[in-house]
Design a protein around this ligand. Structure first.
Ligand code: ADP
Ligand code: MG
Length: 404
């Protein structure tokens, strides 16, 4: 699950991390009120969407030369005019895809006098089973280019979670960012705080870009500040963090995935044309693999779970069919706890309810399989039965080709 920048910053603050003051806003008035609480004279108005690249983003509804989704404002009037232009409009960035994302929330924050911008991120590295901390001196809006063109400017430090974050990790991070003196110390402290925030909230990913060094103040002191952050969390661990779960913004998520989660279905939209309904995550993965082996692509991952009811199967069917790319459906059920006749009833009911127009191949195996097959055969619907997984995949691919 992802959260907005302002929410992630609230979480980091709880770990003692220095964040510039700021206020979230849902309306133009709230944006101006938020700015009034800040010292000024420089404010930054930031679009809150679950995607990066906002600074260089473009609003669909605004002229080509209009400013992007992160804007400096030098007065309250300017905060107001930026908020008016941004709220309700669609921001397209390199991370949103062409459709862009509608801006429904803003964050108004203190403007910071920046000396330099760094990059610091943490993620779960599945290959090593460790936490990878990624640091670069080349922070800011072009980090993707840095990764492609000068990967040597990016340093990765891995932390064994069993051992935990050690002082040498902190020193390595500060060294990778080329910091010395007091800034080096600040960085070491920050790296530890970030690691603690990361593990304490079961993060998948925590990215600070940019982490900035401020211009020195009158006494010559500079500090490190988190100017932008992205955090995502392991959904399976959310039950341990109700406060984080409450930050979920469903308007940012794929509507089909939101609907699926209401029915407790594990659904993930993919790019292919063959809808899949399977029970069990492992079987669902195998089903997707075998579809690909037969030269087609799955339109989704969908695990209806072990104890699905007719209602759940119907809901699953409807969700699959909402995707206009779906040209055929493969149902692959192993009836263990779930009985094949229940599934068969659900499939027939759903196919009738949605007035199914695309080919449907069903493979059933396990408890009450004969009864299930009979229900399908007597349904009066053009359901193609399959004997095993390979047969099912071949049949759905052939049916879709035939229908095209
Ligand atoms: P995104 O990564 O989505 O483009 P950022 O929050 O990183 O959004 O903002 C883009 C750029 O805007 C930053 O790299 C930084 O240069 C500038 N910026 C962001 N927040 C502030 C701020 N509070 N004060 C001054 N400049 C800022
Ligand atoms: Mg950024």
């Amino acid at each position: 699950m992802n959260v907005h920048e302002y929410q992630a910053k609230e979480l980091l603050k709880e770990h003692g991390i220095a964040i510039p003051a700021g206020h979230a806003a849902l309306t133009v008035e709230e944006a101006v009120e938020g700015a009034k609480k800040l010292p000024g004279p420089l404010y930054v108005v930031k679009a809150q969407i679950h995607a990066g690249g906002r600074g260089k983003g473009k609003f669909k509804e605004l002229p080509e030369d209009a400013k992007g989704g992160v804007r400096l404002a030098f007065s309250l009037d300017e905060v107001e005019s930026h908020a008016k232009e941004m709220l309700g409009n669609t921001l397209v960035t390199i991370q949103t895809g062409d459709a862009g994302k509608q801006v429904n929330r803003l964050y108004v924050t203190d403007g910071v006098d920046i000396e330099s911008e760094y990059y610091l991120a943490m993620l779960v590295d599945r290959a090593t089973g460790r936490v990878a901390m990624v640091a670069s001196t080349e922070g800011g809006m072009d980090i993707e280019d840095v990764a492609h063109e000068t990967p040597e400017k990016i340093t990765t430090i891995t932390i064994d979670p069993a051992q935990g974050f050690m002082p040498h990790h902190a020193r390595s991070v500060a060294f990778a960012l080329g910091l010395s003196g007091d800034l080096n110390k600040q960085c070491q402290k920050l790296a530890k705080q970030l690691y603690d925030a990361f593990t304490a909230s079961d993060c998948d990913m925590l990215e600070i870009n940019p982490l900035v060094e401020t211009k020195p103040d009158a006494d010559g002191n500079a500090s490190l500040l988190v100017l932008d952050t992205k955090m995502s969390f392991d959904s399976n661990a959310l039950y341990r963090h109700p406060a984080i779960e409450a930050m979920r913004d469903e308007t940012e998520e794929d509507p089909a995935e939101v609907e699926a989660s209401e029915y407790d279905l594990a659904y993930i939209k993919l790019d292919g044309n063959i809808g899949c309904m399977v029970n069990g995550a492992g079987l669902a993965m195998a089903t997707m693999d075998i579809i690909k082996l037969n030269g087609a692509f799955p339109a989704n991952f969908l695990d209806v779970g072990g104890g699905a009811t007719t209602e759940k199967v119907t809901a699953a069917f409807k969700i699959i069919l909402k995707d206009p790319a779906v040209e055929g459906i493969l149902v692959n059920i192993f009836g263990g706890i779930m009985k094949c006749d229940i599934i068969a009833n659900g499939v027939v009911q759903a196919a009738k309810d949605v007035n199914l127009q695309v080919p449907l191949v069903v493979r059933l195996e396990g408890t009450n399989v004969e009864a299930g097959k009979e229900i399908l055969a007597n349904s009066g619907l053009a359901i193609v039965p399959a004997d095993d997984l390979g047969d099912a995949a071949r049949k759905i691919v052939a049916e879709v080709k035939k229908a095209a």
